[in-house]
Design a protein around this ligand. Structure first.
Ligand code: FAD
Length: 329
């Protein structure tokens, strides 16, 4: 669909990130094979996955198959990813990126690549074929990589590690903030609507309590703030763990279970409960800004009511979360 949009609209090119399921270059070739040939961008492909020769070869293959220009972006990737695929991380990622981009750029330009580097050594050229232009880019997070891109690549591609943000406070005189304006997590887990609507519910309860008893306004809003912030942190703490490609599926599930502090033998239930927001439903539905309490049964423990969320220790990091607490124990 997106490739067709490029054909039908003023969009310039189709961009794909590095996938660990379907290789984006293969997808581009498949699209070309079924007749959808558009300019392509790859940003950014992770260097540990392919030699610079293979990278140049793939990028030019896409240019040949589509008949359009290609922008091929590269980056060293996370340290854990480098270790997992190479045995150890690049001690000098800037140097590795310099060598890699230099080789790829020479090859896709039809030149001889003659590089003897610390990380990559090549004395080769691609077989000559007239092909549309292939530009080489480097993924840029910091100024040094930007400077390197200006030196050895055609483009600097601004990348970011984490889109997440959170406000210092979710309330003030005459206002409360919920949804993305208050707290946002990488949409990897599709948690935004759940968090936003849950926070709206919590805020409404707090505002309702404050309207009934103006003296309690500050307390009610602080309790709303504390619970909302904890729900946000629970998921946020999990994102870096989940994004670590060296982990096994069982580890993802086990960590989710620990964060959720659920009483269940089935770690998959913990994972699904966290991602769907089910595990926090009791906290949200039972939210009592005046701390009066109800007899509602907790979904998370399945047996009895837990201490109010605000009274529990906060999980600041994935490591803290990993320690876990069983509130029913
Ligand atoms: C790529 C992507 C995929 C996502 N996928 C999912 C998913 O699958 N499931 C999920 O649950 N969440 C997902 N999310 C997150 C989800 O979209 C958000 O968390 C959610 O939409 C936030 O709702 P909101 O009301 O806080 O903000 P928004 O939906 O951004 O609404 C804010 C509104 O305010 C308007 N606005 C801004 N400034 C002003 C102004 N000055 N005056 C008037 N109006 C203004 C904006 O135009 C907008 O309409 C995804 C997010 C992204 C970026």
């Amino acid at each position: 669909m997106f490739a067709n949009l490029v054909q039908w609209t003023a969009a310039e090119s189709l961009w794909q990130g590095q996938s660990l399921v379907l290789d984006p270059h293969h997808l581009a070739q498949w699209l070309a094979g079924i007749g959808i040939r558009v300019p392509m961008g790859f940003g950014v492909s992770l260097m540990p996955m392919r030699s610079p020769y293979q990278a140049a070869f793939e990028a030019r293959s896409v240019a040949l198959a589509t008949g359009h220009s290609v922008v091929a972006g590269f980056g060293p990737g996370p340290v854990s990813f480098q270790s997992a695929l190479l045995g150890r991380p690049y001690a000098r990622p800037l140097q590795a990126s310099r060598e890699y981009a230099t080789i790829v750029r020479a090859l896709v330009s039809g030149e001889d690549a003659m590089v003897e580097g610390k990380y990559f050594s090549v004395a080769a050229r691609l077989l000559q074929r007239p092909a549309p232009q292939v530009e080489v880019g480097l993924g840029v997070l910091r100024p040094k990589m930007a400077a390197l891109a200006g030196e050895v690549a055609d483009r600097a591609m601004k990348t970011t590690r984490d889109w997440s943000h959170v406000c210092d406070t979710f309330h003030g005189p005459g206002w409360v903030a919920v949804g993305d304006s208050a707290a946002f997590i990488d949409p990897l887990f599709s948690s935004g609507v759940w968090l936003g609507t849950s926070a709206a519910w919590l805020a409404a309860r707090a505002i309702g309590a404050a309207l009934e008893d103006a003296e309690q306004e500050q307390l009610a809003l602080e309790r709303f703030d504390t619970l909302y912030r904890q729900m946000f942190k629970d998921i946020l703490a999990y994102v870096p763990f989940f994004m670590d490609p060296t982990r096994l599926r069982e580890e993802y599930e086990e960590r989710a279970l620990q964060i959720q502090k659920m009483v269940t033998q089935n770690s998959r239930v913990g994972f699904i409960s966290m991602i769907s927001g089910v595990s926090a439903i009791a906290d949200v539905v039972d939210f009592d800004p005046m701390n009066v309490g109800t007899s509602r049964t907790s979904c998370r423990t399945g047996t009895s009511r837990r201490p109010p969320r605000a009274a529990r220790p906060e999980t600041d990091t994935a490591e803290d979360s990993a320690r876990g607490v069983c509130w029913n124990a």
